[in-house]
Design a protein around this ligand. Structure first.
Ligand code: KIV
Ligand code: ZN
Length: 511
């Protein structure tokens, strides 16, 4: 009988540890709800002891997302475990995930502890976590560089202490698939009680082998894989959820197992995570890259026209990617628009959100002849699912040219106040950002600027993503418009609003 593989998503914990991929609570909740629609079995929502923001996000997700197990990470330290439990106690299915390093190099140089002390601490902290929560996961950090005999001993002891899930991390992405498969088989064969718990793996991608290692582990008895959307994660990232799931589905002839993932939600989840984290997906990325289903060469196109299976091992529809259609125009009515929203998977929008989306669709249809599915998705992501904003761009004017110093004037509204400022800069975007800094009265550092066209054509919507920083914290803003300077200005104001929201709470007004 096919075996179920549990999908444990750690996009909001390990994924969010990617440099520059910070998310606020509102964005984390949106992603968690989408992961629930995707059908993941567990969501690692964060590391509550790490910061107040992380704690709040885990608690909010625990209170609002009921189908998957909600997991909070904790070092094998009492305060961490208490804080983790405080955050997830409201979850319908809570799990505490505690870890301690077991490799010689980590024990000696990082923990400065003897192996026997590590073993004792692991057992004590698993027992303590178990006294709070019935479901306890334990990870021996740097598991793949741990002496197998010591690893078996620790795993046996934490099973006796009440662990329900044992997760073997390849923390530094060092293992080779054969080697990792053998390690998992060794654990299955040598750890008493292993058949009474779930055996899990957690692979990093430093050598580009995270997915291959996870699959080798499944072939050797792992029942749970920890992974992230788009392979996000520390350094080179974690195993990519979409790749593991689609391998298991496409090569079911080799893997006698299944997942509960609704694969048609993969594309949407990937786009949402990329959009909210500002981490762009390379065009040739497996499964979700923009070229993953594009067939350019004449030979391929000819084959595809005769029989799609000549060059297509899975369909774009199986990951929820519909061919971009020319959907609506300025004569399209509200009913057609609402129907299209439902077909695109935005079935749970409130009436206010639909009204706001329809208004923006009409504005766009005035500027652009054909409004495509991707335009509608971008509109919804940009505006309708956004937190309240303290500042809004009301007007901008630029003067620029190849023989002129670029100048920009902006008018920014905050409640009933209007701030108007002008500035010169190195080009119209720089001048506009400087004018906004003056109007809002803040000084921030621009870390990154990225412009992409949502669809093709001269009238395409431009989507700008900016990353700004202040005192080491990074904030991501997005803006959308058929005019790239306007999109840039909106993105910049959006990032400032998020910074103020994080600093001052609610609306983040400067007054
Ligand atoms: O990579 C790692 O070792 C981890 C553990 C906390 C599971 O992320
Ligand atoms: Zn990790």
């Amino acid at each position: 009988m096919p075996k179920k593989i549990y999908i444990f998503d750690t996009t909001l914990r390990d994924g969010e540890q990617s440099p520059g991929a910070s998310l606020n609570t509102h964005e984390k909740l949106e992603i968690a709800k989408q992961l629930e629609r995707l059908g993941v079995d567990a969501i690692e929502a964060g590391f509550p002891i790490a910061s107040k923001g992380d704690f709040q996000a885990v608690k909010t997700i625990a209170q609002n997302v009921k189908k998957p197990v909600i997991v909070a990470l904790a070092r094998a330290v009492k305060q961490d475990i208490d804080r983790a439990w405080e955050a997830i106690q409201y979850a319908a299915k809570p799990r505490i995930h505690t870890f301690i390093a077991t490799s010689d190099i980590h024990m000696r140089y990082k923990l400065k502890m003897e192996p026997e002390e590590v073993l004792k601490r692991a057992v004590e902290m698993v027992s303590y976590a178990k006294s709070l929560c019935n479901d306890v996961e334990f990870s021996p950090e740097d598991g793949t560089r741990t002496r197998p005999e010591f690893l078996y001993k620790v795993l046996e002891a934490v099973i006796d202490a009440g662990a329900t899930v044992l997760n073997i991390p390849d923390t530094v992405g060092y293992a080779m698939p054969d080697e990792f498969g053998a390690l998992i088989r060794g654990i299955r064969e040598n750890v008493p009680g292993i058949d009474n718990v779930i055996l899990s793996v957690h692979c990093h991608n430093d050598l580009g082998l995270a997915v291959a290692n996870s699959l080798a582990a499944i072939q050797n008895g792992a029942q749970q894989v920890e992974c992230t959307v788009n392979g996000l994660g520390e350094r080179a990232g974690n195993a990519a959820m979409e790749e593991i799931v689609m391998v298991l589905k496409t090569r079911s002839d080799l893997f006698d197992c299944y997942t509960d993932i609704v694969t048609e939600q993969i594309y949407r989840t990937s786009a949402m995570v990329s959009h909210l984290t500002g981490m762009h997906i390379q065009a040739n990325k497996a499964i979700v890259g923009s070229n993953a289903f594009a067939h350019e060469s004449g030979i391929h196109q000819h084959g595809m026209l005769s029989n799609r299976q000549t060059y297509e091992i899975m369909t774009p529809e199986s990951i929820g990617l519909k061919q971009s259609q020319m959907v609506l125009g300025k004569h399209s009515g509200r009913h057609a628009f609402e129907e299209r929203l439902k077909e695109l998977g935005f079935a749970s929008l409130t009436q206010d959100e639909i009204n706001s989306a329809f208004e923006r669709f009409k504005d766009l249809a005035d500027k652009k002849k054909y409004v495509m599915d991707k335009d509608i998705e971008a509109l919804i992501n940009e505006k309708v699912l956004k937190v309240p904003e303290a500042y809004e761009l009301e007007y901008f004017h630029i003067s620029s040219g190849n023989t002129l110093v670029a100048t920009s004037t902006v008018k920014i509204r905050s409640d009933n106040e209007v701030y108007e400022e002008a500035a010169c800069g190195d080009g119209p975007v720089d001048a506009t950002f400087k004018a906004i800094d003056r109007a809002v009265g803040v000084e921030v550092k621009l870390e990154d600027y990225y412009l992409r066209a949502v669809t093709s054509g001269k009238d395409a919507l431009g989507e700008v993503t900016v990353k700004i920083s202040k005192n080491g914290d990074v904030y991501i803003g997005r803006g959308l418009s058929t005019d790239v300077i306007e999109a840039s200005a909106k993105a910049y104001v959006n990032a400032i609003n998020k910074m103020l929201l994080a600093q001052n709470g609610k609306n983040g007004n400067k007054n």
